[in-house]
Ligand binder design. Structure first.
Ligand SMILES: Cc1cc2nc3c(=O)[nH]c(=O)nc-3n(C[C@H](O)[C@H](O)[C@H](O)COP(=O)(O)O)c2cc1C
Length: 358
């Protein structure tokens, strides 16, 4: 137990994020849970799970592939068929019915994939070098597949897949999309100088490495509007075999994204990482911070970040996973349920929709 939040806590302040009014500054971070149908169709169990968490200012739904080749893991949702659209429509309706707001994270996994998980297609990347490490598949962990580098001529087609997925998401009634340019997936594979070994217009300089991300953002804005488009980055985060020495690419990128007037920038970093203040200074719109994989995000620390102006909103992962009514619990100063790691990825209702509310 801790003390209740004051009514004027910055965590509880409403805001407008691009076109979307949100009730508070506590967002649900995207969490892959591997419970979609085998063909990527979002199902009613997911609708229940997200509706339970509608107290978040904004739900950023789990990383979801804009195309078959973009699928990394089993049972992640897709955003590219009529069945996917119908599934997302049920989720949007359930969340809106419960008073919440929801965008979906568009995640093309790039080389963090395996042919057993993506319908048998060779994964694509900025490079031909596979990521070190293994990936979960139906038959157990296997080495990441060896990717095929996208040709420069193919990039516009990939960019179009993101834009088409964004249009499908908004058609389904979702409030918008978050472009996943973090955590070692396709767009991060282009940004990272330790991974991107290209010699064409999409590799080499920071400007070139950021190019596909800017093109994706621009195409998404043309499809659904800047006020419904956000983006997530994780500067320097080594997850999924990323290595980065030149973090100036993020200043190059964010300056160009600012010109596109995207609704929000979502950064995964420790609050005192110097990149946070640098990016905040050049970002004119909503700045969202997720304090990373290290420590779990704690209420009073996050409230201080908002009070100090480090960010406009915070995104919270594991505490939301385990506490459907997290904002109400934080408001009341109530005890929290503990997340159960054994049920994070895959399975049914257990460890998914059965965490109790207060
Ligand atoms: C089970 C699980 C699944 C995740 N899936 C995603 C994802 O789909 N997309 C993403 O950008 N981050 C994903 N993350 C990272 C979280 O969004 C968040 O950055 C991380 O959990 C740290 O925040 P926290 O301390 O509040 O949990 C995942 C994390 C966990 C624990």
């Amino acid at each position: 137990m801790s003390s209740p939040l004051r009514a004027d806590s910055p965590l509880l302040a409403p805001a407008r994020v691009g076109d979307v009014p949100v009730a508070n500054r506590v967002w649900m971070a995207p969490l892959t849970r591997n419970r979609a149908d085998a063909d990527g169709t979002p199902n009613d169990l997911q609708a229940t799970y997200y509706a339970q968490r509608a107290g978040a200012g904004l739900i950023v739904a789990e990383g979801s592939q804009p195309s078959a080749v973009g699928q990394g893991y089993p049972n992640t949702p897709g955003v590219y068929t009529d069945a996917h659209r119908a599934g997302w429509a049920r989720i949007a309706e359930a969340v809106h019915g419960a008073g919440g707001r929801i965008v979906v994270q568009l995640m093309h996994a790039g080389r963090i994939s395996h042919t057993d998980n993506n319908g048998g297609v060779t994964p694509v990347s900025s490079t031909a070098t596979p990521a070190a490490g293994q990936i979960f598949t139906a038959t157990g962990p296997q080495d990441h597949a060896t990717p095929r580098p996208l040709t420069a001529e193919e990039v516009p087609g990939v960019v179009r897949e993101y834009a088409d997925a964004a249009r499908l998401a908004v058609d389904a009634g979702l409030d918008g999309v978050e472009l996943h340019a973090a955590n070692g997936y396709l767009l991060h594979q282009f940004l990272a100088d330790g991974v991107n070994d290209r010699t064409d217009g999409y590799g080499g300089t920071a400007e070139n490495r950021a190019r596909i991300v800017v093109e994706t953002a621009r195409a998404t804005v043309e499809a659904i509007g800047a006020g419904r488009t956000g983006i997530r980055i994780s500067p320097g985060h080594p997850f999924n075999d990323i290595s980065e020495t030149d973090l100036s690419v993020y200043e190059t990128l964010v300056a160009q994204l600012a010109e596109l007037d995207l609704a929000y920038l979502h950064v995964i970093a420790e609050a005192d990482d110097p990149i946070v203040a640098k990016l905040r200074a050049i970002w004119p719109n909503t700045f969202v911070l997720n304090t990373g994989f290290g420590a779990e995000s704690d209420r009073d620390g996050l409230e201080r970040l908002l009070a100090d102006g480090v960010a406009d909103a915070v995104a919270v992962g594991r505490p939301f996973l385990a506490n459907p009514d997290l904002v109400a619990r934080w408001r009341a100063g109530a005890e929290l349920n503990e997340p159960d790691q054994a049920t994070f990825y895959g399975g049914g209702a257990e460890g998914y929709t059965d965490y109790p509310a207060l």
